[in-house]
Design a protein around this ligand. Structure first.
Ligand SMILES: [Zn+2]
Ligand SMILES: [Zn+2]
Length: 490
């Protein structure tokens, strides 16, 4: 199991202000988290903090807290079903290790916190350069608590800033292959990018281009989620796919292709032949630091939107809207837009990337009924699917820009959603980038596992796709057997 911690930039700013003191003394406080359980990673999503009041702690010499402060903290944690974080600062920079005193304090707290909240204590240390270090204290035997370092501590605001544990995710070595890329932004930033865990949901026309681009930008840990197999009708838009690839799962096809390129020798790709509404895919997405949404159906979009706010994972998303003239004599209009959604930005719902009534409709299962679909108006999203490789290429480029800007934020400049108008060739950027006041997605901020099982549902389209694949596999096996029999006869 891997461990990580995530918090919003606004909470990080408050903690920094309290913990990094002008007089150079160390300071402390307690904070609260909800657990976010991925497939291979447990994450503490920090939600709130109770700063010590006068008399709650002694700052001089070795900083320490009084029992009244700890009592206040435990009763609040119990009332809100929170886990507890113990946070202190060091007057040094970089990823902080622990002194013997630190270890004594946290070992003592570990058993008390686990006994009262049922959740492991998370210890965090802040350095003067705003680099965090963190560890989980896990009960490994009766009365025995062991320290497990987090691989990363993530701070999500307009930028995604990650403190990496050098022991668990060491600085990377790059060969000649990445010389040009590294000369653009330097080795330190390349290391930030390369150690990211990025998930792509939907490996269609845009998703396959994004996968290619992320690999060639040096991202070494990718997760592909898609239940679809390659069909003949995909071939005009699916990167590198040929006639002989029809019937293969898109995730397997792209994994094999990228690994075979050898551009990154230690490239790791996790694949799931699943929908994001299925538990295995949902949990694999929780293992990621950034997600790229290349799905077009409303229910998966809604699930990703909720997942993003509940678990503090930013999402790069986009969409293409193409309309032919009604007499099919030309294209009438085309637009495509790219944006980064999530906490401290806007949600996909407020950006009108899906309609709540379509989510509800998909949940009823009616959209799987051919007779029902026939009755829907011609311009309903279920009947739409116009797309062109060149448009996907442009959109994928805009999404990669959003991704790089989220990590690098050069000169401190930040931008929101962008929309390309094909007819005029202009890029519009004058969009709302904050949720509406009464937005219900925003309310899910930091709820982590609390919403997990409300998000999970069977996906009949995914089931059908996998059945179709199995059916064709069986057919192939039979065909091979007949072939062998015939061969014997000859
Ligand atoms: Zn310390
Ligand atoms: Zn919203």
């Amino acid at each position: 199991m891997n461990y990580s911690v995530v918090m919003t930039e606004s909470l990080n700013a408050k903690l920094f202000k309290h913990l990094i003191r002008k007089d150079g003394q160390e300071d402390l406080c307690f904070a609260f988290y909800k657990l976010s359980s991925g497939k291979n990673r447990s994450v503490g999503v920090i939600n709130e903090v109770i700063f010590p009041e006068l008399g709650d702690r002694n700052v001089h010499g070795n900083v320490s807290f009084n029992p009244e402060y700890f009592d206040k903290v435990t009763s609040y944690a119990l009332a809100k079903s929170y886990g507890i974080c113990f946070i202190h600062s060091h007057p040094y920079s970089g990823w902080q290790n622990m002194s013997y005193d630190d270890i004594d304090t946290e070992t003592m707290l570990a058993s008390r916190v686990k006994a009262t909240t049922g959740l492991p204590l998370i210890g965090l240390t802040l350095g003067t350069d705003n680099v965090w270090s963190a560890r989980f204290w896990i009960k490994t035997a009766p009365k025995k608590y062991d320290r497990f370092w987090c691989e990363s501590v993530r701070v999500l605001g307009k930028q995604l800033k990650i403190s990496y544990c050098e022991k668990l995710l060491p600085n990377q070595k790059f060969g000649e292959e990445f010389k040009r890329t590294i000369s653009s932004w330097g080795e330190a930033k390349q290391n930030d990018i390369s150690r990211l865990k990025v998930g792509i949901i939907g490996l269609g026309s845009v998703g396959s281009l994004i996968a290619e681009a992320l690999m060639r930008t040096g991202v070494k840990n990718l997760t592909f989620i898609d239940f679809d197999t390659i069909e003949r009708k995909n071939l005009d838009r699916l990167l590198s796919a040929g006639v002989e690839d029809i019937g293969k799962f898109k995730v397997d096809f792209h994994k094999k292709r990228l690994l075979a390129s050898g551009v990154i020798p230690d490239l790791k790709i996790t694949t799931l032949r699943k929908s994001i509404t299925e538990i295995e895919a949902y949990e694999a997405a929780l293992d990621c630091d950034v997600l790229v949404s290349c799905v077009d159906r409303p229910l998966p979009r809604f699930v990703l939107d909720c997942l993003s706010f509940a678990n503090l994972i930013p999402i790069v998303d986009g969409g293409i809207d193409t309309n032919p003239k009604s007499d099919m004599s030309n294209i009438d209009q085309a637009r495509w837009k790219a944006h980064t959604t999530g906490p401290e930005r806007i949600c996909m719902k407020c950006l009108h990337q899906y309609k709540p009534e379509d989510v509800a409709l998909q949940q009823t299962g009616l959209l799987e009924d051919p007779n029902y679909i026939k009755g829907l108006p011609k311009d309903h999203f279920i009947h739409r699917g116009e797309n062109v490789f060149g448009f996907s290429l442009s959109l994928a480029g805009m999404e990669i820009q959003q991704f790089l800007s989220l990590i690098l934020k050069p000169r401190g400049i930040y931008y929101g959603p962008k929309e390309m108008d094909f007819n005029t060739g202009t890029i519009d950027s004058d969009f709302e980038n904050e949720c509406s006041k009464d937005c219900d997605i925003k309310q899910l901020l930091g709820k982590a596992d609390e919403i997990k099982f409300n998000m999970i549902s069977e996906d009949m389209v995914a089931d059908k796709s996998r059945e179709k694949y199995l059916f064709s596999e069986v057919k192939m096996l039979k065909k091979n057997r007949i072939f062998k029999k015939n061969k014997k006869k000859i």
